[in-house]
Design a protein around this ligand. Sequence first.
Ligand code: G3I
Length: 462
Amino acid sequence: MRRALTAVLGAVTLLLAMLVAGALPASAAPTTLKEAAAAKGIVFGTAAAQSHMGESAYVNTLNREFNQLTPENEMKWETTEPSRNSFSYGAADQLVSHARSQGMAVRGHTLVWHSQLPDWVEGISSRTELLDVMNNHISNVAGHFQGDIEYWDVVNEAFQDGSGARRDTVFQRVIGDDYIEQAFRAARQADPGAELCYNDYNIDGRNAKSDAVYAMVQDFKARGVPIDCVGLQAHLIVGSLPGDIQANIQRFADLGVNVYITELDIRMQTPPDSSKLAQQAADYRAVTSACLAVPRCKGITVWGVTDKYSWVPDVFEGEGAALLFDDAYAKKPAYDATLEALGGTPGDGDGDGDGDGDGDNDGTVTCTYTRTAQWNNGFNGQVTITAGSGAVSSWTAVLTMNSGQDLQAIWNGSPTENGDVITVKPVGWNSSLAPGASASFGFTVSAPGGNVADPALTCSTP
Ligand code: G3I
């Protein structure tokens, strides 16, 4: 017995000695968003669209970085119940099953919303009928996904900006103020295991609208209406964050509900440049830190995997570049800042510190665009890519054309076209660059409609 004890003590002493001497690796700091977030006890998710799931870079980035998924459009009323009492779940089912296969949590989005609502619902004018229709929708949709959804956005965007009054929707007009609590009760019945959230935009800091949501949640908690969480969408603007996000999260948490940042993106005027990207990085860091500072803030979800497919440029002309990965799926400064705020270490574990996972020690590149010729219906452009203080083995430039423009010719670059987005790789001989060295490629754009505006440009390694 004593001999056995001595042996165990000896082994423990040896292990401790090795640890002190650094002979065993200390556990490495996480290098992906999901690992870093998990270590802090929160989820880090993204909106995802089934229509992009055939693109390998999209799926690889989604699977590598995120442990929570919100279907961007696939669970909305117009998709799930396009005609009365006829339900369809195809695209949503595919996303849920992908999420499940990857161990991702799923946020259901959304059961009751005035937008992406089919016309047949808009046409109902009797309270009893609309209540029946709403409850039937909730019980079918939340019932269908029951067991697969961690959190439901039960009601979305029910308040107006500015005043904080209720938004004038068919639900508000026809059912009245109690439609929100009725929706939460129906959702609890349909899926008792899901956290039930109220979700809205412009409620990220304290203002009249977030005050109104706060009052509603306080009232629901006091009266036993089943609400578990509040979603702050956080569609934000670079350099213009509310200063009191953390205090706002805290006051909701103090009501006894969880808080999620549900649709985070931070947009800028395009094209991006290094100072806007640096400000964006600081802004992402601030939002992440605000969530981490409040124990009941349980997750952050960005509204899209890549700038390439963000909703922002479709709605805000001239704005975009709002997410963590650029059009070519390269990590932006905001990615590194978010990862650092989560306690992770930018890089990919291959030891070269450049974050691209290929272990080739690539440095960074910057790029410039010059218009070299112009005529009525077209122009020539030249892009120059310059290595920073480290050598690079290869580079990628992404040009986003404007409407009505078409790439006619390109030289010294190898293009892949996807709609307006042209990804250009080296042709071979101009691939590797010594520190500070440059490579250029040129191209001709035809613009039959006369729109000769410059394309947007980003670049990355490899
Ligand atoms: O699927 C059709 C396609 O068949 C058609 O050719 C094309 C032509 O415009 O439209 C496609 O539908 C678009 C759909 O996204 C899918 O891409 C709609 O026009 C477009 O309006 C819709 O936009 C969505 C928007 O909600 C609708 O309000 C965005 O993708 C989605 O990101 C956005 O998400 C909302 C959240 O649900 C709630 N909070 C705000 C957030 C941003 O607006």
